[in-house]
Design a protein around this ligand. Structure first.
Ligand SMILES: *Cc1c(COP(=O)(O)O)cnc(C)c1O
Length: 408
């Protein structure tokens, strides 16, 4: 008799985006003459930078000729891309990361989800933010590291609460944990962590012989020069942290697919007897066993963003979304709500002070604008909604006019 992985039965059905879709469909069916504007789902809207389009085309042309054809590439990514990442994303910021510590992949979602399998399942103590990008929680539930979900929370997780009281940057937990998920700039809150806050996390991880999994998918949106772009800008982080980066939000690759994970060679984790093992070797084994590389034209397209023209085009694209975010932030504040995000992130986290689904319904029904109810991201998301800056300027302006009319 074939049996299932019963951990999957513990998963709280992910109703968030399907519930949103259902409510939007119900509204548009009843009101076919009222077009809705979607500021909900975290997907980009602007076309790929021209340098990426050119690189995709020339990469495809190379595949059309026997002399330049490429079959399987290195599982960890082509050297031309890994060298550029090490140089521009790390060494240029004073972070000593080498090209062979970088693993190119087809997405940070997969990497954040897969990384947990190289660590113990029994007895591993997890620290996970609330509200949160659901991948971190759900993949640990699937692996059997948690108990049942009671009242919206899984037994066996130390929740790192992001609340108005702590400025949406969770405090260091008062207990020891082993695997710590952090995401800055944050999805869904848009909060960023200061150098001092990250330094405290690195010290905590070091003291507990723990590992920080640092998701910096939104690094390209940081504009405040004091905010670190990488955890490796913090002294000692090489010994306690893995970092995830993606071209998705940086350069509009959500449908093109390219990302990378940094596993420093100095990072260790322990066996039951307390012997240290390099994590790099474990991840290399996992990656080369289960992954066969990102397609050549896509890696060429990713590499193109590191040229001078590429950097300018990426800056223009992220500036565009940040200008949307600034409009949203100002409009929300003008209506009397407190909010964070939008200055170093494409998300604005609005403290609605009311039930987040009720606020969602109000915006949908009275302004025909779709946001994301905070409760869908965790218990601490209640009382908040996320508004995304990923849309055209025209749609953002129209949405803000309608919201102002509906809420005044
Ligand atoms: C969008 C996003 C990613 C990137 O995912 P990809 O699979 O690379 O598209 C990673 N982490 C967070 C928190 C995100 O919002």
């Amino acid at each position: 008799m074939i049996r299932i992985n019963e951990n999957y039965l513990k998963l709280k059905a992910s109703y968030l985006f399907s519930d949103i879709a259902k409510r939007v469909t119900a509204f548009t069916t009843a009101n076919p003459d009222k077009p809705v504007i979607r500021l909900g789902i975290g997907d980009v809207t602007e076309p790929l930078p021209q340098v990426c389009i050119d690189a995709l085309k020339s990469g495809a042309e190379e595949l059309a000729n026997r002399a330049t054809f490429k079959g399987y590439g290195p599982e960890q990514g082509y050297a031309f891309l890994r060298d550029l990442i090490a140089q521009h994303d790390y060494k240029a910021r004073g972070a000593a990361i080498e090209a062979d510590e970088i693993f190119v992949s087809d997405g940070s979602k997969c990497d954040c989800g897969n990384i947990q399998e190289i660590f113990a399942t029994e007895g591993l103590k997890l620290a996970i933010p609330d509200p949160v990008y659901p991948v971190y929680v759900d993949t640990n539930v699937m692996a059997g590291r948690t108990g049942a979900n009671l009242d919206g929370r899984y037994a066996g997780i130390t929740y790192l609460e992001s609340t108005p009281a702590n400025g949406y940057v969770p405090a260091i937990p008062p207990v020891a944990t082993d695997l710590i998920y952090l995401c800055f700039p944050n999805n869904p809150t848009g909060a960023v962590a200061t150098r001092e806050q990250l330094t405290a996390w690195v010290a905590y991880a070091k003291a507990n012989r723990a590992i920080i999994l640092f998701d910096s998918a939104y690094e390209a949106y940081i504009r405040d020069p004091k905010i670190p772009h990488s955890i490796y800008e913090i002294e000692g982080a090489r010994d306690v942290a893995i970092e995830f980066r993606s071209f998705s939000k940086t350069a509009g690759f959500t449908g093109t697919r390219c990302a990378y994970t940094v596993v420093p060679k100095s990072l260790v984790a322990y066996d039951q007897a307390g012997n240290a093992h390099p994590v790099h070797a474990l991840w290399n084994r996992r990656h080369t066993t289960k992954f066969n590389g990102v397609s050549y034209p896509v890696q060429k397209a990713a590499a193109a963003i590191y040229s001078d023209a590429g950097k300018a085009q990426v800056k223009a694209m992220t500036d565009f979304y940040l200008a949307n975010a600034a409009l949203i932030r100002e409009a929300v504040k003008k209506l009397g709500f407190s909010c964070i995000g939008g200055d170093n992130a494409p998300y604005i986290w609005v403290n609605t002070g009311t039930d987040s689904w009720a606020f969602f319904d109000k915006l949908l029904n009275e302004a025909q604008v779709v946001c994301t109810p905070g409760a869908g991201f965790g218990k601490c998301g209640e009382g908040h909604v996320r508004i995304s800056a990923f849309n055209s300027r025209e749609n953002v302006e129209k949405a803000l006019t309608r919201i102002a009319a509906a809420l005044k």
